[in-house]
Design a protein around this ligand. Structure first.
Ligand code: SF4
Length: 356
């Protein structure tokens, strides 16, 4: 199968790569076990975005264009490409009049305008929790606040949020940058954040900002979303007991990368991120008795199942799930997909698929 896309990769590969050599049992004599974090994997926003693309394909046929990766997971992207989705970096690459889906990370108003200018049929799969941050940015900039947006430069979500209030926003990447940034107005200041950051690091950034700008106001509610927070809480619970934590997730998945950092910070002796189980290295398992396993919010459970199957080959057959929260948030479909051509309303709610 030949797969090509705008800005992700060009591949000749099966969807889940086979491990060439099975993992082997190690010489450790102690009790081997896996602590499986829960919640893990798909969040409601990812579920909604992926189903939005599948429904767009079902209704309109291929190709359906998607601006950027619909969610930051290479397996999901490959699967959708195999069904006829074409991923592009920019709206300008899409033929006029085509169907386009905006990713779960959201877009700036400029991108929406570009799509209109090209007469594209746009479906907005922005996660409602990202849209909430967009609305806050519009509201506070309209009230003449200057916004300190805590987030990572170049991340699509940050670009989309800044695009809603470009004249009123300063980006703060991390606690050290909080010590350096300059603002136009120290009295009317409010902070907002990307949804997928480390909770602890964000609070440290806010602490340092407030040290410099005592009038800094808090957002009305958490911007770091429930899924990011819940996955971090679960990994904090198991990390102290783990010789190794494996996080399944892609390198551009902010919340997955944060899980590796949080695992190390909370006591895991080692932690690695993998896209696929086949990337687990035999040497990581040397001397290891307890392995923690989790996955980012854009990771289908099948990739975790494959990880557990591979680790079983190495003698890790005992799996104990450690659950720290229940998740039942559900979203409805993007408004553009709620009615079909005959006017029938699709009341599907999303958030439960592949839930751990
Ligand atoms: S990680 Fe959070 S903000 Fe991002 S899609 Fe999932 S629920 Fe929405």
């Amino acid at each position: 199968m030949s797969i090509s896309n705008g800005g992700v990769a060009t591949l000749e590969a099966p969807l889940i790569p086979e491990r060439r050599d099975k993992l082997q049992p190690t010489s450790v004599t102690g009790h081997r076990r896996i602590l499986l974090a829960a919640p893990r994997g798909y969040c409601a926003g990812v579920d909604r975005a992926v189903i939005a693309v599948e429904k767009a394909l079902e209704r309109n046929g291929a190709p359906v264009y998607v601006r950027k990766q619909i969610v930051h997971n290479i397996h999901v992207v490959r699967e959708l490409e195999s069904k006829g989705v074409i991923f592009v970096d920019e709206v300008a690459e899409v033929p006029e009049g085509s169907n386009i889906v905006f990713s779960a990370h959201g877009v700036s108003p400029m991108v929406v305008q570009e799509a209109e200018d090209r007469s594209l049929n746009a479906i907005d799969a922005t996660c409602p929790l990202v849209t909430k941050v967009h609305r806050e940015a519009v509201r506070f900039s309209g009230q003449d606040y200057h916004i300190l947006l805590i987030g990572h430069e170049g991340h699509e979500e940050v670009e989309g949020t800044m695009g809603h209030a470009p004249e009123h926003t300063t980006l703060v990447n991390d606690p050290d940058e909080a010590d350096r940034i300059e603002v136009p107005d120290t009295d009317n200041l409010i902070w907002l954040s990307q949804t997928t950051l480390s909770v602890d690091e964000t609070m440290e950034t806010v602490r340092r900002l407030r040290g410099r700008f005592p009038h800094l106001q808090d957002p009305p509610s958490d911007d770091i979303c429930y899924a990011t927070q819940n996955r971090q809480v679960a990994i904090k619970k198991i990390a102290p007991e783990c010789d190794l934590v494996i996080v399944v997730g892609s390198p551009n998945s902010s919340n997955s990368v944060r899980l590796v950092e949080v695992a190390l910070e909370y006591g895991a002796k080692a932690s690695y991120r993998v896209d696929y189980a086949s990337e687990i290295k035999q040497e990581w398992l040397e001397g290891v008795e307890t392995i923690g396993v989790t996955s980012g919010a854009s990771v289908p459970e099948i990739l975790v199942d494959q990880t557990l199957a591979d680790l079983a080959d190495a003698g890790f057959t005992e799996v104990e799930e450690v659950r720290t929260a229940e998740e039942d948030l559900q979203f409805s479909l993007p408004k553009e997909l709620r009615k079909d051509a005959e006017g029938n309303v699709d009341r599907t709610t999303l958030g439960g698929r592949n839930r751990s």
